[in-house]
Ligand binder design. Structure first.
Ligand code: HEC
Ligand code: HEC
Length: 373
């Protein structure tokens, strides 16, 4: 009798213990853990050995932005920045504004492979979205702009974008009565200059941020919001599919640069990315990890707009990012070595169902409403 009692007690404690260990094998267990609102109940992410575990930040709810101390928000600066963003007269032809390529109703990009700017010329790269750009530490695919303020002068002067000399752009704005009033309100009298144009545009852009997505709501406790496929996709994203190695933090980007195989080496589309900016051979073919927030709206994808569907993007990762290098790449400069793809990228062996789950999950990061402007 005593023995039986002991056995019963042990079994009781054992079963309690069991309850505390979340079940990550079933979709219901995963749903409960991920939608618990408590990140400590999430399964461990499967990180590549090269990732520094101490500085790693997991995906999560997008936090509000800290105030920008060098250029704080005021409604007057916002109104001015908004007018400048849509101002075609900032360009030489008077036909191209920032919004020509960053169209609010197109996810603040242009849905072109590569953008058309001044004189219908095609630029080299796919237009990035303005949405959530405030969370990027460096701007552009190659990080050559250090802040949104710094970034705003590039497109005005770029010969294939707005193609205007900066002093002329400033003069144009100075001569328009509408802007005399807007600048006076935002910065005071006689303050129409390039620096303040940049500041106002940056203040405007910092307001273009996503409202909570289905993903944010699900992980905050709305457990019924995700389908089973989306739950499995979220888990795959952080484990077997390894996306978490680079698309991490609540911004879904590590703000770092990686070669993920798309330098188009030796072809007419060759783009050496970060290398142009740093001159470091290790940076050849590296591009900034773009955010995946709002990603369903920002196609075609990658810095050249090479992929027309998100399904194609996933297929490419599943194959381990094959990186062709044409022999012409070495002919251009015989001292060139073969560019190195990020070591983390290997074939993933995801089943068709797993690929569909991953796609379903990524789509939960896109919201509605940010394009109404
Ligand atoms: C002709 C099309 C075109 C015009 C006009 C244009 N852009 Fe862009 N924009 C692009 C392209 C293409 C990129 C990516 C370029 C690169 O990485 O080299 C980009 C990138 C950006 C980024 C970087 C986003 C990020 O996450 O890094 C910001 C911000 C931006 N543009 C703001 C502006 C502003 C402000 C204006 C107007 C002053 C403007 N753009 C005008 C095409 C354009
Ligand atoms: C080694 C880091 C790394 C890993 C791992 C990674 N990505 Fe990326 N991702 C990038 C970089 C860098 C780019 C931009 C590359 C380019 O434009 O050439 C990118 C671009 C993308 C884009 C296009 C976004 C846009 O706005 O054009 C999508 C979608 C994407 N990744 C999804 C995924 C998914 C899904 C996974 C997991 C299967 C994944 N990534 C794994 C670094 C990574």
């Amino acid at each position: 009798m005593k023995k039986i009692l002991v056995l019963v007690i042990i079994t009781f404690f054992w079963s309690c213990q069991e309850d505390k260990n979340p079940d990550y094998e079933s979709v219901e267990g995963l749903r409960a853990a991920y939608s618990s609102g408590d990140y400590s109940l999430w399964p461990e992410p499967e990180l590549h050995e090269s990732i520094d575990k101490d500085s790693f930040e997991d995906i999560g709810v997008l936090p509000g932005l800290d105030e920008n101390k060098d250029n704080p928000y005021t409604t007057e600066k916002y109104d001015l920045g908004r007018a400048l963003f849509f101002e075609r007269r900032l360009s030489k032809s008077n036909e191209v504004s920032c919004a020509t390529c960053h169209v609010p109703s197109k996810g603040w990009t242009d849905h072109e492979e590569r953008s058309f700017g001044h004189d219908e010329q095609t630029g080299k790269r796919n237009a990035m979205t303005i949405l959530n750009a405030a969370y990027a530490e460096k701007l552009f695919w190659d990080g050559r702009a250090l802040s949104l303020e710094h970034q705003a002068m590039f497109p005005i002067a770029d010969p294939v974008e707005m193609n205007e000399k900066l002093p002329i752009a400033v003069k144009t704005i100075q001569d328009l009565p509408k802007y005399q009033e807007l600048f006076e309100k935002a910065f005071g009298e006689d303050q129409i200059n390039m620096q303040n144009i940049q500041k106002a545009i940056a203040v405007f852009e910092r307001q273009i941020v996503s409202p909570p997505s289905k993903f944010d709501k699900f992980i905050s406790g709305k457990s019924e919001l995700f389908t089973d496929s989306e739950v499995r996709g979220l888990h795959l994203f952080r484990t077997k599919a390894q996306c978490i190695n680079c698309h991490n933090t609540p911004y879904f980007s590590d703000n770092q640069f990686h070669n993920d195989g798309l330098g188009h080496f030796g072809t007419k589309n060759e783009d050496l990315g970060l290398y142009y900016f740093t001159g470091d051979k290790n940076d050849i073919g590296k591009f900034r990890t773009p955010t995946l927030r709002e990603v369903s709206m920002t196609g075609p994808w990658m810095h050249t707009g090479f992929f027309k569907t998100l399904k194609d993007v996933i297929t490419y990762y599943n194959l381990g990012n094959p990186m062709p290098v044409s022999p012409r790449y070495f002919k251009k400069d015989t001292t060139r070595k073969r560019p190195q793809k990020a070591k983390m990228l290997e074939p993933l062996e995801l089943t068709k169902q797993e690929q569909a789950d991953l796609l379903a999950f990524i789509k939960t990061l896109t919201t509605e409403g940010v394009t109404k402007f």
